[in-house]
Design a protein around this ligand. Structure first.
Ligand SMILES: [Zn+2]
Length: 430
């Protein structure tokens, strides 16, 4: 992408309205704009990051055999009457009527719809098991939307639903999703804890929350300083797993998994016939990830005073080429390097705007692109390119002909280092 033709409206100052760090940086880096309280438009850079997170999610969900589908956001009242949740207060449902007077709700969740589909389509034990997921907009009529994407009214979620014929298999499906979630949040570069939670409005037998550690989080938990153990209950003084000290930390709920048992299959009478022709109810699980909230959590954990520092796998672009002056050779050389990187399949942003060098440096830092390549009259005369790593601000001078090769090497190195850090963090916590 050539910046000259892009809409990346960066801001110098922190907008007044933004309290949380992630909210400030999302606005400043031109990722999103507020439309009304709790409603945001995701601008091109913002949706790119969201798509990156979605790619990781699809990849890990499909590794565990889940299949994607898409359900409507507008849902009829009748299905919610059957499940007994039409008047549920906890879900913050926004209800509306069409011109014929039929009533609907803007989906806060999809248990009713999915169970309704399965009731019609899976009649025999042979049709099971399966796990269906979607990536969809959800709506909750929050009384107090705040902290930008952390507590919004409209947000993007991944929700998955597993269906099994037996309890043991349902536990296995739950355990699989738990593993998938660990992989997803690790690949997103998040520091997170898993805590036992109250199933609340979803109901069911067991549920766990994935909490990304963050100062601006609304969830308070007690976490062990020596191992992975964490709990939502504040009574804990000593870790029951290892005896370590427990410390109070704040976090953002990015994922929630539920073993639902047969609550919804019973309510919606989604029955199947077992091998003896007997009617049975399938066991369900549901598994959510707040995608826009995950992006906010990534920013909360990955920034410095200059701006966002995207982990490589979710970065909107891997590389930004900064063309520092308007001289013909500088422009031509920048264009050439941009082409070379594109040919190698590296997603690159070319900053060819008619702006001062300082503006370009600041913006490249603010939007958090992992690798910066700087081209200027001076460096061209030396046959060199300056390469900067966003995270540690380390600069290197490399011979121009080796620039693309060096970028490929560094990208590989960043990927491996990310995996190494994750493995290390995992080991420390075991
Ligand atoms: Zn412990």
């Amino acid at each position: 992408m050539r910046w000259e033709r892009a809409l990346i409206p960066t801001l110098k100052e922190n907008p007044q309205e933004a309290e949380a760090l992630s909210h400030q940086l999302m606005l400043r880096a031109g990722l999103a704009r507020k439309i009304a309280a709790g409603l945001y438009a995701y601008l091109p850079l913002g949706i790119k990051v969201i798509r990156r997170v979605e790619t990781i999610i699809r990849d890990e969900m499909e590794k565990y055999g889940a299949q994607e589908l898409l359900m409507p956001i507008l849902q009829p009242r009748e299905l919610w009457e059957v499940s007994g949740r039409w008047n549920d207060q906890e879900l913050g449902m926004l209800k509306l009527k069409n011109r014929e007077g039929s009533e609907f709700v803007l989906a806060p969740t999809h248990e009713e719809i999915i169970t309704g589909i399965v009731r019609g389509e899976a009649r025999s034990y042979k049709d099971f098991p399966f796990n269906l997921y979607q990536i969809q907009t959800k709506f909750r009529d929050e009384m107090r939307p705040r902290f930008g994407m952390i507590r919004a009214r409209e947000f993007i979620m991944k929700d998955a639903y597993s269906f099994d014929v037996g309890e043991e298999m349902a536990r296995k499906s739950y355990a699989d999703m738990r593993k998938a979630y660990i992989n997803i949040f690790r690949r997103c570069g998040l520091n997170f804890r898993i805590v036992e939670a109250d199933p609340g409005a979803m109901g069911g037998e067991k549920s766990e929350e994935f909490i990304a550690v963050a100062e601006n989080g609304e969830d308070v938990l007690a976490a062990c300083e020596a191992c992975d153990y964490a709990t939502g209950a504040d009574a804990a003084k000593k870790c029951p797993d290892c005896g370590g000290r427990m410390a109070k930390i704040k976090g953002i709920e990015v994922g929630h998994i539920f073993n639902l048992g047969r609550k919804y299959s019973k309510a919606l009478s989604a029955k199947f016939l077992d091998p003896n022709g007997k009617e049975c109810l399938p066991f369900m699980g549901c598994y959510g990830i707040g995608i826009t909230r995950t992006v906010a959590a990534i920013i909360e954990q990955n920034s410095d005073e200059k701006g966002i520092i995207w982990p490589l796998e979710v970065a909107p672009y891997s590389v930004v080429v900064l063309c520092l002056d308007r001289e013909e050779t500088t422009v031509a050389e920048s264009e050439q390097l941009y082409q070379e990187l594109g040919d190698k399949g590296i997603e690159t942003l070319l900053d060819n705007r008619d702006e001062r060098a300082g503006v370009k440096f600041n913006d490249a830092d603010l939007i958090g692109i992992p690798i910066h390549l700087i081209i200027s009259r001076k460096r061209i005369s030396e046959q060199k390119v300056e390469m900067k790593r966003r995270r540690d601000q380390i600069k290197l001078l490399i011979p121009r002909p080796e620039a693309t090769g060096e970028v490929i090497r560094l990208l590989k190195d960043l990927k491996e280092r990310h995996r190494g850090t994750e493995a290390q963090r995992h080991k420390e916590h075991k």
